[in-house]
Design a protein around this ligand. Structure first.
Ligand code: ADP
Ligand code: MG
Length: 508
């Protein structure tokens, strides 16, 4: 490609460079037609305040610990979600399984180890000042200048493709320095006379997330082999199962973890849908250990990693619920268990922000660090409804759903609140609306369409955790995910088509 050809607009040239790099390096998503296309990305990394980036990274291991501890306080968890469950059948079903499996007595051994591959998402809160100016760097050192959007405890996706995006942007900045400087200039970021690669933090999602899974696999094997069970000598291949959607388009992101597990640890991965598992999985109890097998006991499942199962559509029939319960009751290490998944409910996020709750789970010092990033979170009651109806633009109304596209914004909030029954209220929370600063950006959509726009970014930080309630076997920060969307679009999410992958160019 020739950048000296002035006929070709700069961004078109960069776009072609990116499309080729994406193809050659697997920065790809599936299309519905069973082919692949480029993963949507920004042409150049967005500027991001270094201090926010670093502080968010430092919270990862604390959130890991918090999630694990909350998930083990079952009485608190179930009680806290009682009203939510009354208005939300999906939460209710999970609680039923949780109670049945975890609160049952008997001799059957329970797996104490839980694996968390979590991601905490943040946006910088920078509402305009009295003169209407918004700055990316305004009040960054003030309390609450970046706020948590949500905490993902199941199917936290895009870790793999985010690593690839980081590689892509590093390549672009190094290979096409001058053009990138011109591009920043074009976007109005004029103080870039040269780009600095050290401002693009490395990200290790693939390495750390698969290391977490490999640790779990190893712990399971050591544990089970030490038990000297009669069927330990059987020839069942030990494996990890990825629970996936049959029509998944984000397969490359998942495969990157699978290939790393095999390349570095020689751990085989089986990709199965819940529907498939409802026919192929069984639990065999030997000496009170409920081992999980697949395909007529030819494969023993040591770790189950859910990339599906987070929304009601994953359970079209009772068969899918049945196998979810079977897995939950088995000795395989789950990522996540149902209690872990429940901790990711927006209702728990809201309750954790109320006075005195965090203190149950974390040290004083950690409580302080975590609380700084909590936005205003409110249960839906007469007071919060009145406030939200009066000022809907300052709130987001959220149900207990994952995967994007479920929240209510602006005038839809009063509309929804007014038609909500008392029972339904428990199924929602109201959240302070965060106003991230916009910056000029060039977004490259799937298939290569370019869009120039003011854009907003959401930073996610991944963490991996393995613990048994007493010992933390593994508690690591992994890497980042920066998603950028056109200003004016309320929702976020790459898979849901609202945002593109980006890299933080840390400054300040
Ligand atoms: P989901 O589980 O569907 O991903 P989120 O809480 O992450 O739910 O919300 C989806 C998107 O909506 C976010 O990625 C973000 O872009 C936007 N959003 C969520 N909460 C807020 C908020 N408090 N202020 C502004 N935007 C928000
Ligand atoms: Mg989200």
């Amino acid at each position: 490609m020739d950048f000296t050809n002035k006929e070709e607009p700069l961004h078109t040239a960069l776009k072609h460079a990116i499309m080729d790099w994406a193809s050659a390096n697997g920065l790809l998503v599936r299309t519905n037609e069973d082919g692949f296309t480029n993963c949507p990305v920004t042409l150049v990394p967005s500027l991001y305040p270094r201090q926010v980036y670093e502080e968010a990274c430092n919270l990862a291991t604390i959130f890991n610990r918090l999630i694990d501890r909350c998930s083990r306080d079952l009485n608190w968890l179930v009680e806290t979600l009682e009203e939510t469950a009354a208005g939300d059948d999906f939460i209710m079903r999970q609680i039923q399984i949780c109670k049945k499996v975890n609160m049952s007595t008997g001799n059957i051994k329970k797996q104490k180890l839980q694996l968390g591959l979590n991601r905490s998402d943040y946006m910088i809160h920078a509402p305009p000042d009295s003169e209407g100016n918004v700055s990316l760097f305004k009040n960054i050192s003030d309390q609450g200048s970046f706020l948590q959007v949500e905490l993902n405890t199941i199917a936290s996706s895009f870790g793999g493709l985010s690593d690839k995006t980081c590689d892509l942007h590093r390549f672009m900045l190094k290979r096409y320095q001058e053009e990138i400087v011109q591009c920043y200039d074009f976007l109005g970021k004029r103080n870039f006379s040269k780009v600095n690669l050290s401002s693009l933090p490395l990200t290790k999602n693939i390495e750390i997330l698969s290391q977490g899974m490999a640790e779990a696999f190893k712990c399971y094997q050591n544990d089970v082999m030490s038990k000297d069970l009669p069927n330990n000598s059987e020839n069942a291949e030990k494996c990890v199962v990825f629970v996936v959607q049959e029509d998944e388009t984000n397969t490359v992101d998942q495969r990157l973890l699978e290939y790393e597990l095999f390349r570095t640890y020689e751990i085989p991965v089986m990709r199965r849908s819940l529907t498939n598992l409802s026919k192929s999985a069984e639990v065999v109890i030997t000496e009170n250990v409920p081992k999980l097998f697949l395909d007529n006991r030819t494969k023993e499942v040591c770790v189950v990693y859910f990339r599906d199962g987070y929304s009601p559509s994953a359970y079209p029939t009772e068969a899918e619920w049945g196998v979810r319960e079977l897995i939950e009751s088995s000795y395989a290490i789950k990522c996540p268990t149902i209690p872990y998944q429940l901790v990711g409910a927006k209702k728990i996020q809201q309750v954790l922000s109320s006075a005195g709750i965090l203190e149950k789970f974390l040290s004083k010092e950690d409580v302080q660090k975590v609380r700084r990033c909590f936005a205003g979170l409110y249960e839906v009651n007469d007071d919060s409804i009145a406030a939200a109806i009066e000022n809907p633009e300052h709130f987001v109304l959220k149900p207990q759903r994952e995967g994007g596209g479920n929240n209510f914004y602006g005038q839809d909030i009063p509309k929804k609140l007014k038609q909500m029954s008392i029972l339904e209220r428990g199924a929602y929370i109201l959240m302070q609306r965060i106003f991230p600063p916009a910056q000029n950006s060039i977004l490259l959509a799937k298939g290569g369409q370019i869009k120039l726009s003011k854009a907003l970014s959401e930073l996610g930080i991944y963490g991996a955790y393995l613990g048994d309630g007493t010992t933390e076997h593994f508690n690591e920060k992994a890497g980042h995910l920066l998603r950028t969307k056109v200003d004016g679009v309320d929702e976020g999410g790459v898979a849901s088509g609202f945002a593109v992958l980006d890299s933080p160019y840390v400054v300040g």
